[in-house]
Design a protein around this ligand. Structure first.
Ligand code: GUN
Length: 281
């Protein structure tokens, strides 16, 4: 069996176009959505991600402000910058790119962002809302995964979903979203015993580990939907996901590629969250 490929680039393009049109309509009513992106230090991967976010904002008609701070920036300075952005009425969304340098407490910075501007959905107010089913900002990558499952019409209710990875950015919020869609959810991690026995039960298998080609064909139930959140840089410079794509595609029912899968969806959801923040009174 050859899996259907869920094309994240195509779906993200459609979603970004829908957002662009809604941004135009909002602008016509006198509200210009604005996103501030803060980057501290010069981690090359973070710089690429941030550049893509800014470019996508521009294409969608969202005004973006890039705040670049040196790696030596102390916590108090960063907190003051966040406070200024909280008070800035032209800024509807604030994104502080992670990771932050080790001398800065990232949790404290995230908690300083006004929840109404938390377009990353990382604030405890956002994660608490997600946990309890209240409205709020959903983290972009899990929201993108759910949009892909929806678009591909993958049945969720009553299904068994297995997520490998327990991060606050992907694994935990995605578990809540899948649970809300009536899946039976298991979160696995580096200490999970007999991982393959669990993944082989999954109708939906999500890999968010950060290890190239970690998920092999023998770990996948025939016909399962395999979502690859990983973006790993190989020694030859190429990108690889957490899933051994060519082999798993022979077993799975659906699969997402890397690149061109979940990655583009993350940015599309960031734009949608920024639009949502700008719409709030
Ligand atoms: N670093 C890696 N992914 C993300 C993300 O989605 N948001 C932020 N702020 N930092 C990240």
């Amino acid at each position: 069996m050859a899996a259907r490929i869920i094309d994240g680039t195509a779906l993200a393009g459609r979603l970004r176009e829908a957002t662009r049109q809604e941004v135009q309509a909002l602008r016509a009513r006198g509200v210009a959505p604005g996103l501030a992106v803060v980057i501290v230090g010069d981690d090359p991967a973070s710089r690429v991600y941030v550049r893509n976010k800014i470019k996508s904002c521009e294409a969608a008609g969202i005004a973006s402000t890039l705040i670049e701070l040196p790696a030596t920036t102390d916590e108090a300075t960063l907190l003051a910058r966040v406070a200024a952005l909280n008070a800035d009425r032209a800024v509807h969304g604030i994104l502080v790119q992670l990771p932050l340098p080790a001398h800065v407490d990232a949790g404290r910075i995230i908690e300083a962002i006004a929840p109404a501007k938390d377009v990353d959905g990382f604030h405890v107010a956002s994660s608490g809302a997600l946990m309890t089913g209240l409205p709020g900002f959903v983290p972009c990558t899990p929201a993108g995964v759910m949009a892909m499952l929806d678009d591909a019409q993958v049945p969720l209710s009553g299904s068994r979903a297995v997520i490998i990875g327990r991060s606050n950015i992907v694994g935990k919020p995605l578990a809540m979203l899948l649970l809300q869609s009536d899946a039976t959810v298991t979160i696995c991690h580096s200490r999970t015993r007999d991982l393959a026995a669990i993944t082989r039960e999954a109708d939906i298998l999500v890999a968010a580990i950060g290890r190239a080609n970690f998920v092999t064909a023998d770990m996948v139930k025939p016909g399962a939907c395999v979502i690859d959140v990983g973006i790993n840089r190989l020694p030859d410079g190429k990108l690889a996901g957490d899933v051994d794509f060519n082999a798993v595609a022979q077993v799975a029912g659906w699969i997402t590629p890397v690149p061109g899968g979940v990655g583009p969806m993350t940015i599309a959801m960031l734009l949608a969250n920024t639009l949502k923040a700008a719409r709030k009174p």
